[in-house]
Design a protein around this ligand. Structure first.
Ligand SMILES: [Zn+2]
Length: 198
C-alpha cells in the first residue's frame, strides 16, 4: 500500500514506538496498518469411501483438483466458512459432527493458515460452482494424485485415506515451508491423542 486508507497521505514504512517490526504507517493521521496471516478454510467432503474434489476454474493452479476451500470472511466461524465454501464451489450439502476439525497447516512463508474439516455429504446432489470446472467423487485409487493443486490438499487426502482404514481421525497440525528453490516441506507438529479402546 502506498497511501493511507484513512486520509490518503503517503505511507511510510517504519517501526512504531513500542513495536519491533516494520509497519505501514501514516505520519499524517498516525494510523498503523498491520498485515497479518489470512485464514483459508475448507472441507473434506466424503461419502462412504469417496471424497468430493473440485477442478479449479481459477488461477493459481487452473485445471488442477482441490478440496473446496477459500478465505474466511469477517463475521463467520472457521467451520461455517468451510461449509459456505463447500456450497459455493461444489454445490454440496454436508453435515458435520463434533469431531470435524481435521488438519491445520501453518504456512508462514506465504502468511496463511489452512484449516480443513471432515464433512459428510448429505446426498449426491452436487454441481460445479463459479470457481470450479467440474466436481466429482473419487475413491483413493481414483484420485488424480498427479493433478492435485496444493500440497496441503494432497497431505490432507493422504491422511484421510489412511485414517479411513483405521476409522480414527486425529487432528493434526503441520508447518509448511516454501524454499527459494520452490520446494515445499511439510512437517507434522501436533497430533491429537485418540482414547478409544479397541
Ligand atoms: Zn492517514
Amino acid at each position: 500500500m502506498k497511501f493511507c486508507h484513512n486520509c490518503a497521505a503517503p505511507i511510510v514504512l517504519r517501526i512504531p514506538d513500542g513495536d519491533d517490526k516494520v509497519r505501514h504507517c501514516c505520519e499524517a493521521c498516525d494510523s498503523i496498518f498491520y498485515q497479518n496471516p489470512k485464514n483459508v478454510v475448507g472441507t473434506v467432503p466424503f461419502y462412504e469411501d469417496k471424497i468430493l474434489l473440485c477442478k479449479r476454474a481459477i488461477q493459481p493452479r487452473y485445471g488442477k483438483w482441490t478440496l473446496p476451500a477459500g478465505f474466511m470472511e469477517n463475521g463467520e466461524s472457521s467451520l461455517s466458512g468451510a461449509i459456505r465454501e463447500t456450497t459455493e464451489e461444489a454445490g454440496a450439502t454436508v453435515k458435520v459432527d463434533d469431531s470435524s476439525l481435521y488438519t491445520l497447516f501453518n504456512l508462514p512463508t506465504i502468511n496463511q493458515v489452512y484449516m480443513f474439516f471432515r464433512a459428510e455429504l448429505v446426498n449426491l446432489n452436487f454441481a460445479a460452482g463459479a470457481e470450479s470446472l467440474e466436481v466429482a467423487l473419487f475413491t483413493e485409487a481414483e484420485i488424480p494424485w498427479d493433478e492435485i493443486a496444493f500440497p496441503v490438499v494432497r497431505s490432507t487426502l493422504e491422511h484421510f485415506f489412511t485414517d479411513l482404514k483405521n476409522n480414527r481421525f486425529p487432528v493434526r497440525m503441520f508447518d509448511v515451508h516454501h524454499s527459494e528453490d520452490r520446494s515445499i516441506s511439510t512437517k507434522l507438529i501436533s497430533h491429537s491423542k485418540t482414547h478409544f479402546a479397541d
